[in-house]
Write a protein that binds this ligand. Structure first.
Ligand SMILES: [Zn+2]
Length: 430
């Protein structure tokens, strides 16, 4: 693997400081030197290194998607996702994994798979080089209750093969289910703690008993696994804090008590609200029969308002809010994930700097790799980085445009190397 020296780049290092003009040297899979230079000054050559003259392009850490479902297949219903035959489904996941890397997401946190082993198989195939994709943490299926979110079986077709999630009732079934997913090799266990209006049980309702949740967490933690929860309702968020469920997806409905709780425990939790799902389900899904009148009746408009208010409050309280969430439905197709950063700026009140940090600096701990490995451009960090034509701090939407991502590097290897001519013609957006 040749060393790579980026010169004439504007470096956003993920520390929260303003970007600076400099150069960055990658050796093997690590960043070994980050230095400031005057713009236009050619640094001394490094023996044998491939030199990339960024011509003022923006160099930033690779982004981390906090709530990924490779196996959601851009279809409009849970059934349409789940009924894809396994052979096609695994190929789909492989294709989508590459798409994430292509769009600058060098790490993704699996948030549930549509079949028991899809995530595990894809993670392993990425890690052993069989397929191309981001760093990945593999999730279980969504664990749910009979009649709850993810139980897509019919009374006359009760077989588990027809279920979107893994359906359990009672503590011992929960224990058995968690152990099964641990046996399969998942990194995290996903619990559906609240409902989801599109599937019948509204998002502000809860499923599972306390003892079922406690059993799942006890069992997962005894194997060193993370627990993540679909938690839209106020009560389900409180249960996440109470039971030490680290990753909270959605967190739409909050009250003062919930906000206080999350603030008091902010170092122990990550929130990925998945605003794109709420926004697009509410307003942009008519083509699939979900007109705004229907989604208003379903409660999505009310939930969107509540979620925006909750995220604004949580941001002010310093709770970590991360991008990602339920891309992979027809109206939230895979690859458009950087929309989340635009929504953070537009609706949650984040500065573009905060939005960028939420996609980078928090990625290390979100990927369970500590905060000294991933998510920053610093000496010794893993070389996951993006070269961007434009300035995401001035316009966060440039990250949605593949043609503006001049280069994507993961683990010291270019997934997409910059075309020298393109890189040279890039102007410095001051
Ligand atoms: Zn999800």
């Amino acid at each position: 693997m040749a060393d790579v020296l980026f010169t004439n780049v504007r470096i956003f290092d993920g520390s929260g400081d303003a970007p600076f003009t400099g150069e960055l040297l990658v050796q093997g899979n690590r960043i070994v030197r980050v230095s400031r230079t005057g713009y236009g000054v050619r640094p001394p050559p490094v023996l044998g290194a491939q030199v990339i003259d960024g011509a003022g392009a923006f160099l930033m850490p690779g982004m981390v998607e906090a709530h990924t479902h490779f196996s959601w297949n851009d279809q409009p219903t849970l059934d349409a996702i789940q009924r894809m035959p396994p052979e096609e489904h695994i190929l789909w996941c492989a294709e989508v994994a590459e798409r994430y890397l292509d769009m600058g997401w060098t790490s993704c946190v699996g948030a549930a798979a549509a079949k028991p082993r899809l995530d595990v198989v894809i993670r392993n195939a990425i890690n052993n080089g069989t397929i191309v994709g981001p760093r990945y943490l593999a999730a279980s299926q969504e664990i749910t209750v009979p009649g709850g979110l993810g139980d897509t079986t019919q009374p006359h077709l009760p077989q588990s093969e027809f279920a979107f999630g893994a359906i359990v009732s009672g503590a011992e079934e929960m224990r058995k289910c968690v152990r099964m997913f641990v046996k399969y090799g998942v990194d995290s266990i996903k619990l559906n703690l609240s409902g989801e209006s599109i599937t019948g049980m509204p998002g502000d309702m809860c499923q599972f008993t306390e003892v079922e949740i406690a059993t799942a967490v006890e069992e997962a933690k005894s194997w060193g696994k993370r627990v993540a929860a679909h938690a839209r309702s106020c009560n389900s968020i409180k249960r996440c804090v109470k039971h030490g469920i680290e990753v909270i997806y959605h967190a739409s409905f909050t009250d003062t008590e919930t906000l206080d709780l999350l603030e008091a425990h902010k170092k122990e939790h990550f929130i990925a609200p998945g605003l794109a799902w709420l926004i697009n389900t509410s307003h942009h899904a008519s083509e699939w029969g979900l007109t705004p009148e229907i989604t208003r009746r379903m409660g999505y408009h009310r939930e969107l308002d509540a979620a925006i208010e909750s995220m604004q409050a949580l941001r002010k309280r310093g709770v970590r809010i991360l991008p990602g969430g339920d891309y992979g439905f027809a109206w939230t197709p895979h690859g458009t994930n950087a929309k989340d950063l635009e929504y953070f700026v537009k609706y949650v009140g984040m500065s573009t700097m905060e939005a960028l940090l939420s996609a980078t600096a928090w990625g290390g701990p979100m990927m369970r790799m500590g905060s000294d490995q991933l998510g920053k451009l610093k000496d010794g960090y893993l070389a996951d980085l993006l070269l961007v034509d434009g300035d995401p701090l001035a316009d966060i939407t440039v990250l949605q445009d593949r043609s503006r991502l001049l280069a994507v590097m993961k683990d010291g290897v270019f997934h997409r190397a910059p075309e020298a001519r393109v890189a040279r013609s890039t102007r410095w957006a001051a």
